[in-house]
Design a binder for this molecule. Structure first.
Ligand SMILES: *Cc1c(COP(=O)(O)O)cnc(C)c1O
Length: 224
C-alpha cells in the first residue's frame, strides 16, 4: 500500500473530496482513452463484463486496481476471484452468488472484498437484493468466510433531475445504518458505492464513499 496521498487531477477538476474514491468505468472505452485517465492519476477502474475486465487488466499496467461492477454470471466467478489486481466486487446481488464467490475464493485461499448490491428502487429489471430480503439473509451472508463484505452498492434509476434520485441514495445509507445496529461477526458497513456521472454530487451529499464515473471522465471538459 502507498501511504502518500495519491495525485488525482480528476478529483480536483470535479471538486470531489479526496476521501471519496472514484472508480473510472471503462466499459466500451479504447486503450487510448483509458490511458488518458491513467495519466490524470486515476488508478481504480471498473468493468461490468468479465471478458472485458480480463482483457483490459491484461493489457493495462499491473498497478491498476480493478473493480467488478456488473452482474456476475454463473461460472464466471472463478475468473474474477483469481485476478491478482482485483480490488472489489461491487455487485454481489444474491446469497447464491455470495456463496459461490466465497467457495471459489477458498479454493485459491483468498478473501475477496465485496459489496452487496441493493435494488433500492425495486425496479423489475434491475439486479440486487430487495432491502427486506437482504435483511433476512444477512445471518447467512455473515457466515461466509472467504468474502469480506464491506458495504452496499446501488444503481439509482435514470432520471433527468438528480434530485429525484436523492431518496434512493438516502435509502441506501439508511439501510446500511440499520444493518450496523447489529453486531456481526465479519460483515462491515463502511462503504457505500453509489452515484454515476449525472448524479454523483447528490450521492456524495448522501454519504457515498465510492462513486462510479464513466461518461464524465471521457467527455471533453467543456462539453460535460
Ligand atoms: C456504466 C456504469 C457506470 C457509469 O455510468 P456513467 O453514467 O457513464 O457515469 C456506473 N456503474 C455501473 C454499474 C455501470 O454499469
Amino acid at each position: 500500500m502507498q501511504h502518500i496521498e495519491e495525485q488525482n487531477d480528476i478529483k480536483k477538476e470535479l471538486g470531489i473530496d479526496p476521501q471519496v474514491k472514484i472508480v473510472g468505468v471503462t466499459k466500451n472505452r479504447s486503450f487510448e482513452e483509458i490511458g488518458r485517465i491513467l495519466e490524470r492519476g486515476q488508478k481504480d477502474l471498473g468493468e461490468n463484463r468479465v471478458q472485458e475486465l480480463m482483457a483490459k487488466a491484461e493489457h493495462l499496467p499491473q498497478w491498476v486496481s480493478w473493480h467488478f461492477i456488473g452482474h456476475l454470471q454463473r461460472n464466471k466467478e472463478k475468473y474474477v476471484v483469481r485476478m491478482p489486481q482485483l480490488a472489489l466486487i461491487h455487485s454481489v446481488d444474491s446469497l447464491r452468488l455470495a456463496r459461490k464467490i466465497s467457495q471459489e475464493a477458498s479454493r485459491v485461499q483468498r478473501v475477496i472484498p465485496v459489496l452487496l448490491q441493493v435494488n433500492i428502487a425495486r425496479e423489475d429489471r434491475k439486479y440486487g437484493f430487495a432491502p427486506a430480503a437482504l435483511l433476512r439473509e444477512l445471518d447467512e451472508l455473515d457466515k461466509l468466510e472467504n468474502i469480506d463484505i464491506r458495504g452496499l452498492m446501488t444503481m439509482a434509476p435514470l432520471q433527468q433531475d438528480p434530485e429525484e434520485v436523492r431518496p434512493f441514495f438516502a435509502g441506501l445509507r439508511g439501510l446500511a445504518g440499520e444493518i450496523k445496529k447489529k453486531q456481526w461477526k465479519r460483515l462491515k458497513m463502511e462503504e457505500l458505492s453509489m452515484g454515476m456521472s449525472q448524479d454523483f454530487k447528490v450521492a456524495i451529499e448522501e454519504g457515498a464513499t465510492i462513486i462510479r464515473l464513466g461518461r464524465i471522465l471521457f467527455s471533453n471538459k467543456e462539453g460535460a
